[in-house]
Design a protein around this ligand. Sequence first.
Ligand code: COA
Length: 317
Amino acid sequence: MKIIGTGRAHPTKVVTNAMLEEFLDTSNEWIVERTGIKERRLISDERLEDLAAKASLLAIEDAGLKPKDIDYIICSNVVNEYITPSLSCIVQGAIGAKCACVDINVACSGFVYALDMADDRIKSGKAKNILVIAAEEPSRMVDWRDRATCVLFGDGAGAAVVTEGEGFLGSRMGAVSMTDCLHYVRCLEPTPYISKEEFSAPMYMNGRQVFKTAVMLSSRDIKALLADKGLQPEDVKYYVLHQANMRIVEAVAKQMELDLSYFPHNVEYCGNTSSASVALLLDELHRDGKLQRGDKLILSAFGAGFSTGTCLIEWTK
Ligand code: COA
């Protein structure tokens, strides 16, 4: 398959580090030094489904298609207001598409996983034009009294339209069950029969463990994928990494022995938008005219699970 269109939508509310200083025991200096984040865009009066629909319509327009041309939708999402129906189904109605749709939850790795699944579906001949969405509101998962997590996240939606072509050169997907490292637990409805103890709690994250695991697994998978394809690290124009923390991006660049200029970033004004982050950055690069036909790109993300997804694409637009 190949990517033929991208789109994105950010919430309008911009929350700076100074605004967080007003109610948290934190400082702009600490947040910038440890994460690179200066501000983040957070959902206030919007609905995630509207941001997802907006990003989708932009991607479809960029692809030169109409919603009716889309024959499959894959949406990466961890939480939104609906447990059911799926966010992909809600967006399908909002944009006026008529096709099968499915949500996946691979935490922050979801956009890369969804592209990999889209490639399989196109190769099998079961779909021609697939809309891949990554829409996330991690700001609704964290405890806003917990300075160690709430300062890190932002909300947003990114999308891509893919079709038959030769732009998906390879991928490596992985998962290691590490529930203790990063999780978010919600109680379901009570029943007369439940006898086990259950609880709801905001997101828990062991930041240091996530940091180390992310750097180790991401650089391992990127190196293995490049070796598999007979490419040198310099043959890739941009490494579009999950925007969780600028220090993680820098650490992966160091592992790859590459200059930071190969690693575009927007974490400074978006924060960590979970699986939307790679999609948002890809659209930003495309719309800013930074991508040329024939450029090789690595897209790589990691997240709760612990999940990892890395793919090599050639920009064909
Ligand atoms: N403001 C000020 N101080 C803070 C703070 C904040 N927002 N958050 C934590 N601290 C404090 C801690 O309480 C701790 O204080 P102590 O030494 O008195 O106990 C100190 O800063 C150091 O905390 P630590 O957790 O060791 O810092 P760190 O250098 O590991 O940075 C993260 C914390 C979360 C930024 C970092 O671990 C990280 O980015 N991890 C990866 C997270 C990630 O990518 N998650 C997304 C997965 S998809």
